[in-house]
Design a protein around this ligand. Sequence first.
Ligand code: 2AM
Length: 469
Amino acid sequence: MNDCDIGVYGLAVMGQNLALNIADHDFNVAVYNRTTLRIKTFMQEEVADRSVKAAYELPEFVNLLRTPRIILVMVKAGFAIDAVIDDLKPYLQAGDIIIDGGNSHYRDSERRAELLSEHEIHYIGMGVSGGEDGARLGPSLMPGGPLEAYQRVEAILKAIAAKVGNEPCVAYLGPHGVGHYVKMVHNGIEYAIMQAIAEVYDLMRRDAGMTPQQISEVFRRWNKGPLSSFLIEITGHLLTHTAADTGEPLIDLILDRAQQKGTGKWTIQDALDIAVPVPTISAAVDARVISSLKEAREKASSILQGPLAGFEMEQDKLVKVLEQALLATMICSYAQGFDVLRVASQGYDYHLDLSQVARIWRAGCIIRADMLNMISDAFAMHNNLPNLMLAPHFAQSLQDIQSGWREVVQLAVQNGIPVPAISSALAYYDSYRSARLPANLIQAQRDYFGAHTYERIDREGQFHTLWEQ
Ligand code: 2AM
């Protein structure tokens, strides 16, 4: 009876695909879902001859599992996870392990871990990235929790994770809620890169008047170079789709109102708390919010005027400088995300190995990119690298491509096309490399109106000036 290696609670798409993935790797899987219909449909339509047992009642589900038990919870993040934990708890015993594979906030994970530890039940908060296909064929997995619990689930996680060669995209990241923290930052970087891609698309479509097909060809070409990554690849694909009903490029028919589930916002909120600048991630979240103001934008478009005269750039040249601007913005997006991880690791005692984080993002997840090999190498050389931009490889790249990056920002500004991600990344780069910033003036203003005092560059101490005298 109790011979299942793992139970999957929650059979929405991600839960189903992970259950199938686990079963395909010769583990016995038990499945359960609050609504019975989902279990029945899954068993009838998906499972075939795989070793998957269904339970229709919670005690039955728990009893299918070998002890100490491993239960992967794949339900909607938030209240549902607490509800599921509450339901499960009476049937569990010391040593059992709950893995929360949803997009939980890391503070919720820490709270849940503590609550369950009172009952000697282990809690692993695990980021799962890769969407439906990743879950089915190999996701990037970001687990955090007690080491002994991780060691007990490691074989399953390594079997189902995406692989780079033979290396699985999963590693023990550390204690507490670190798994969900790393996933949160992953998503923040994802927002930034997606927005930067949307901006270069906009310049090609709106400014240069290129067709989706032509833009697709550019992305396909870029995907063979330093930009090579999942998001560039799928953009190249999706731009060629035509609407089945009208025959037009589907991309032209999609409403320009982006949605979000909150992980980008969480990244910014936490970055603000720990004082790490993430302007490109912020720009990306803001851009989604502005996009959602569709009606207001439509009204404003007939009132607020753009520049009178446009600025032209020859198409080959445009494509070349856009590649440089996109590459630079991608580097800055990773730099900002890894900076959040570096500072959080110190502040929250996570002891994160940043090189390892880059390694487990190389396959399976949404931000997988060739560039992550170099990022992993950079942090392997120096885990406390103050900023990724300072790694010799990236410092050199940014120097080589900055002229194109600046030309893109100039073109966009002159033509009135917003490039918040690309321009925020450039301002980040220019601020970070400025030995002297105009914060002297800010300090003088603060002292003027609030007697907040200032420091001087030529003398020790705190100073206050009676400015009006
Ligand atoms: P359902 O099929 O019974 O709705 C995604 O919504 C997944 O989370 C589904 O499997 C859903 O179960 C589950 N879920 C959402 N809220 C839940 C809750 N309060 N308790 C248990 N499962 C829940």
